[in-house]
Write a protein that binds this ligand. Structure first.
Ligand code: DC
Length: 208
């Protein structure tokens, strides 16, 4: 495990495998992990209760990230909508940067980690997969949780979120120029994780 700050930035669209890869990389190297999508989901969740998005972002608490109902399709759409608002994004920057700098190192996954939040991250990965493959993965996940959704709905949702996340002017989803691209469309999760681990391994500081 690195002793000084060591940041791994993992970006990419919904259901590309970012979450699993991030957790796996964090576990393999003993790094802390922050799923930054949860911050936007927690803010989006509050807007569904009628709270103003900027107020929700500015008053976000750690407990709100632990809520059980942040992984629904409605909350994902609400998160993508609040994520367009520059004041919402800027209210969440300090927390993410402080997390990234923690001693022992950290993995952060999201959409703008390698470009905006941690442009100097030691490792940057952009994890992607075709919309059809991502929608199928998300459909199976939602279905297993008993959600009443069709494949078509999930694909439409994935496409809608992709275009909103990539087209917004504030910190749009895109690969940093120096990110390593990892397309998981035809990879098993074990192979995708092994490739990500190999990328991180090469950048680890060598112990003296
Ligand atoms: O990663 P996720 O699906 O949980 O993210 C939910 C939404 O939050 C996503 O559609 C866009 C937004 N998001 C963002 O704009 N920037 C991030 N770093 C992480 C998420």
């Amino acid at each position: 495990m690195p002793t000084a700050s060591f940041t791994v930035a993992i970006d990419g669209p919904a259901a590309a495998g970012k979450g699993t890869i991030s957790k796996g990389v964090a576990a393999r190297f003993g790094l802390a992990h922050l799923d930054t999508g949860l911050l936007y989901r927690a803010v989006g969740r509050r807007t569904l209760d009628g709270v103003d998005s900027v107020t929700a972002a500015q008053s976000l608490t750690a407990e709100e990230l632990e809520q059980g109902d942040l992984r629904t399709a409605d909350v994902a759409q609400a998160a993508s909508k609040v994520a367009v608002i520059p004041e919402v994004r800027s209210a969440l920057v300090d927390f993410q940067r402080a997390f990234a700098r923690r001693a022992g190192g950290a993995v952060l996954d999201g959409r703008d980690i390698g470009t905006v939040i941690c442009p100097h991250a030691e490792v940057k990965l952009f994890v992607t997969a075709s919309p059809e493959v991502r929608a199928e993965r998300r459909y199976l996940e939602l279905n297993a949780k008993g959600a009443d959704v069709t494949r078509e709905q999930v694909l439409a949702d994935v496409r809608e979120r992709d275009s909103r996340d990539a087209a917004r002017s504030a910190a749009p989803m895109k690969a940093a120029d120096d990110a390593v691209l990892l397309d998981t469309s035809d990879l098993s999760i074990d192979d995708a994780l092994a490739q990500a681990i190999a990328v991180v391994q090469k950048k680890l500081p060598v112990a003296d």
